[in-house]
Design a protein around this ligand. Structure first.
Ligand code: SF4
Length: 341
């Protein structure tokens, strides 16, 4: 009997984890990744929340598991088309090569919100307004500096940039950025204990295990200050600092503050390839993400037989949720291929 073949599109955490489980169970897997390396956004993360685990080491663990005779890895290969011909799924890559599979897993991930769309916050206009992705890159080299190369003594983090925001068309919560802001503020204070860190929030969504504890530790041990309120405007001062206008909604008072760096905690949006492939197959859901068949019990299946979804191509998820979801997707695919299809 021919071995069943599964095509996975996307080599981020979800794609890698699912490939590993499927290969272990003796299925033949072809994993497509458009970048030279697998890992996606995880490659940019130094410390994981909430336990400050090593992001690079975790990605290495995932990529090491891809070294398996049942896995064919195709990096630097962009998938341009996905369709079904008879019983087979056909994946078209750039270069117009067709690959055939018995099932397909879409694991095309998310893209960070483009902060230039929030013009009033000054990203792309003022040098010392940066995003959480930029801040993470500085942590990766162990050095936090402003645009002029000086050590910042006061930083503000602004939550919910591009999420919970009707004006940009994203009313949903991105799930990971509250705890990520706590993590970034703690990392900053560990590097620079005498510096000041402020975090502006709508409400702090500490929904995961150990999140609430870390939130508390960030205040009691590291002195991070949390201000409930949204920043309405950011502007540069004559010496290239950033002046913020906000309202402290707990105190009911307007607030002005000058900081060395403003960090925008950008949320997750559907990646271009997610929306494109989901549209081609009539599974496009809300906000351009891929739609699963149902949130309860059918969250890795789609309305198309043999087409499965995992991770943040469906909606914002944390890394822990993504890894668990990928394992679940692998089981659903195996169940499908073992039934009479
Ligand atoms: S996780 Fe927090 S920062 Fe992110 S969108 Fe939700 S409430 Fe806002």
């Amino acid at each position: 009997m021919d071995r069943k073949k599964i095509i996975i599109i996307g080599g981020g955490p979800a794609g890698q984890e699912a490939a590993y489980h499927l290969a272990l169970h003796d299925y033949s897997v072809t994993l497509f990744e458009k970048e030279p390396d697998t890992g996606g956004h995880l490659n940019k993360v130094t410390k994981l929340f909430p336990d400050f685990g090593d992001g690079g080491a975790f990605q290495k663990e995932l990529s090491d598991k891809l070294i398996h005779p049942n896995i064919e890895l195709k990096t630097e290969t962009r998938v341009t088309g996905l369709s079904k011909e008879g019983e087979k799924w056909v994946v078209k890559s750039d270069g117009d090569t067709n690959f055939y599979g018995d099932a397909v897993l879409l694991a095309t991930g998310f893209t960070p919100f483009d902060a230039t769309r929030k013009e009033e916050l000054g990203y792309g206009i003022y040098d010392n307004v940066i995003t959480s992705v930029d801040f993470e890159s500085m942590l990766k080299i162990g050095k936090i500096v402003n645009y002029e190369g000086k050590t910042p003594q006061r930083i503000a983090f602004l939550n919910c940039v591009g999420s919970r925001d009707e004006k940009v068309g994203n009313p949903y919560c991105s799930r990971a950025c509250c705890i990520n802001a706590v993590k970034l503020a703690v990392c900053y204070k560990e590097l620079l204990p005498d510096a000041e860190a402020y975090c502006f929030y709508i409400d702090m969504r500490m929904t995961g295990q150990q999140y609430e504890e870390l939130y508390r530790t960030s205040q009691e041990k590291y002195g991070v200050t949390y201000i409930r309120g949204r920043i309405s405007e950011a502007a540069a001062t004559f010496d290239n600092k950033i002046q913020l206008k906000a309202e402290d909604t707990l105190a009911g008072l307007p607030l002005k503050m000058t900081v060395d760096i403003l960090v925008l905690m950008v949320g997750m949006e559907a990646s271009e390839s997610t929306t494109k492939l989901a549209t081609q197959n009539n599974i496009k859901g809300d906000y351009g993400f891929a739609a699963s068949k149902g949130l309860n019990g059918h969250d890795n299946q789609t309305t198309k037989e043999g087409l499965f979804v995992a991770g943040t191509c469906k909606r914002p998820l944390t890394l822990q949720e993504t890894i668990a979801d990928a394992g679940s997707a692998a089981i659903q695919i195996m169940n499908y291929l073992r039934s009479d299809n």
